[in-house]
Design a protein around this ligand. Structure first.
Ligand code: NAD
Length: 432
């Protein structure tokens, strides 16, 4: 099929590469001309394992352009995968979706299906269809489908090629048939429903995962108080198939471009219906306090951060991505800087993005050793494999005071004890 994808961010680009891998011809259009230029040279503008290789492998079926007409004019299906950031009041900014819809309405010259893959409030796909229909330049038949995305950054290609389900929110058998032609080569289970329910599946799923994270984090906090070990507790819980082991890793809270914004958007939707989503509100509050948990722990060892050498390992909101949007590291670094600490950071791929937030205020190091050398305190915010595999004894050898505050439980308590470091983690006994 001829498919167009609007927006080559984490979702659009991975989707496009995977659709090309399955034999479709995919034209990608983005308003960011720098991204398009990079892609035309075979380079990925984002870090996602295996993505650049997949793009290169399928380059003959992939086109990158900033020209909507070139991408959409003759497409059978147009996928909207632009960003939907949050507004200060928690509602969703749909500006980019409307811009994409406008371009599509002006450029399509044949019947097509438009699939909204961006995460959008319930009812948006209905509005997009009405809008495109009213503003289309040519008398063509256009139907809109809600087709939410569930991939996770860091494992996005696997998540797309082997997704747990394809959700199709359709209002006609024709739209369902066309969308199944897109996804049949993936051999994945379908959930076919109406547009509003499909949009709700996305929010309800994401927010459920956020709740699961906040729940395990609260249990971790309680474990610390009563002397239990959250790793063992989570293992024992996760073996129950009714619970499942994923998203039961205690830590310093969720971040990224999805969970924080999607929880707020669902609450905003409920507010509009005069309904209070109490569980969601609680999960958000728990996450906010969890984010600064390590700073609180650090204050039990030092009276202030002024003039202290502070090492920060891990900047991205999770391993496997260069994305630092809403990463807990940012809020913590901001506190450390405000209180006068000298901050030295290391992250394998997140430092370029961090330089846009902290261009001069912090020191970027090329190795973990460089970041921790002579440090008074070390904070760990992301469980990168390089950090997990780092020899714990090195903290004792290199730091001024071997005080390690680990927000992702990277090391066993036994290894910390053996190395002779002071080690604080989440939901486990302190080692000192
Ligand atoms: P992103 O910010 O990485 O990418 C968005 C892209 O859209 C950018 O390249 C931007 O230049 C482009 N864009 C903006 N306006 C445009 C326009 N008018 N026409 C064409 N391109 C335009 O965003 P993302 O992380 O890929 O997320 C996209 C959507 O998918 C969001 O709604 C998000 O909530 C949802 N989602 C994201 C994830 C994830 O893990 N990142 C997972 C599932 C769903």
């Amino acid at each position: 099929m001829d498919i167009a994808v609007a927006g080559v961010g984490y979702v659009g680009l991975v989707t496009a590469a995977c659709l090309a891998e399955k034999g479709h011809k995919v034209a990608c259009v983005d308003v960011d001309v720098e991204k398009v230029a990079l892609l035309q040279r075979g380079k990925s503008p984002i870090y996602e394992p295996g993505l650049e290789e997949l793009i290169r492998k399928n380059r003959e079926r992939l086109l990158f352009t900033a020209d909507y007409a070139a991408a959409c004019r003759r497409a059978d299906v147009i996928i909207i995968a632009v960003g939907t950031p949050e507004e200060p009041d928690g509602s969703v900014n749909l500006q980019y979706v409307w811009e994409a819809a406008k371009q599509i309405a002006q450029t399509v010259e044949k019947d097509c299906v438009v699939a909204v893959k961006s995460t959008v409030p319930v009812g948006t796909s209905d509005q997009v269809e009405r809008w495109i229909y009213e503003h289309r330049k040519h008398p063509v038949h256009i139907e809109v489908v809600a087709n939410p995305e569930f991939l996770s950054q860091g494992t996005a290609i696997k998540d797309t090629l082997h997704a747990s389900r394809i959700v199709l929110g359709v209002e006609s058998p024709h739209a369902e048939k066309v969308m199944k032609e897109v996804y049949d080569p993936f051999y994945l289970p379908y959930v076919v429903t109406d547009r509003k329910s499909a949009e709700m599946v996305k929010y309800a799923s994401n927010v459920f995962l956020a709740l699961k994270i906040s729940y395990i984090n609260e249990i971790a906090n309680l474990c610390e108080m009563v002397g239990a070990n959250i790793e063992d507790v989570a293992e024992g819980m996760g073996m129950d198939p009714r619970i499942g082991s994923r998203f039961l890793r205690a830590g310093i809270g969720y971040g990224g471009s999805c969970f924080p914004k999607d929880t707020k958007a669902l609450r905003w939707l409920a507010d509009g219906c005069d309904y209070e989503l109490k569980t969601v509100q609680a999960a958000m509050e728990v996450n906010e306090s969890q984010k600064v948990k390590l700073i609180e722990k650090a204050r039990t060892y030092v009276s202030h951060f002024r003039g202290l050498e502070v090492a920060v390992l891990g900047l991205t909101f999770k391993p496997g991505t260069d994305d630092i949007r809403e990463a807990p590291s940012l809020a913590n670094i901001a506190v450390l800087l405000e209180e006068g600490a000298n901050v030295r950071v290391w992250d394998p791929v997140g430092m370029e993005n961090a330089k846009r937030v902290f261009p001069k205020e912090i020191t970027y190091c090329s190795t973990i050793e460089e970041a921790v050398a002579n440090a008074d305190i070390c904070f760990i915010f992301t469980e990168w494999p390089e950090i997990r595999q780092f020899d714990v004894r090195q903290y004792a050898n290199l730091m001024k005071t071997p005080l390690v505050l680990d927000g992702r439980n990277c090391y066993s308590l036994a290894s910390a004890r053996e190395a002779g470091i002071i080690y604080e983690s989440i939901g486990r006994k302190r080692v000192c």
